[in-house]
Design a protein around this ligand. Sequence first.
Ligand SMILES: [Zn+2]
Ligand SMILES: [Zn+2]
Ligand SMILES: [Zn+2]
Length: 166
Amino acid sequence: MPYQKGWKVCYACTGLWLCPDTKNFGGACVGPAGEHDAMGAPMFFELYYFGPETVRNYSGIEQDNWRCCKKCFVLFFDGNKSAGVCPAGGEHDSSGSKNYILEHQRYLFTDDRHRLLINWRWCKKCQQLCQPDWLVSRDFMCPSAPNATHDTQGSGFYCVRQDQWI
Ligand SMILES: [Zn+2]
Ligand SMILES: [Zn+2]
Ligand SMILES: [Zn+2]
């Protein structure tokens, strides 16, 4: 299954966002900086996605339809009626995104190459993935409303593969 490297955690919204190598641009974030804040975070993550050769397998281990918003760069779930509030304005925009796959935590497996960061959740207000255990995070800021925090009620538990330490 193909995978994509280069995802980071934002310290303000705790979202997983795609940090491009080629542009010095941090997307859009509800945090005080106005863009996602990696704070020199040493961790990168990688996400699997459906490629042309991927066999769709609804075994219950994975969930697809997670997308990268082209306006704010954050990972969000695009399988609900609303795409969720985007910090860049309006709703998240999945156009041009790969179809990313997340593993449900209770089925997680490990291998020699990866560490796993567990306890990722989905926010029902902004649809993005967020990380309540991110201990160094200043906040748990949600773009759904001023001074809002993410609401993970009803969320599953997800794990994401950590790519490398720098
Ligand atoms: Zn952010
Ligand atoms: Zn967005
Ligand atoms: Zn939220």
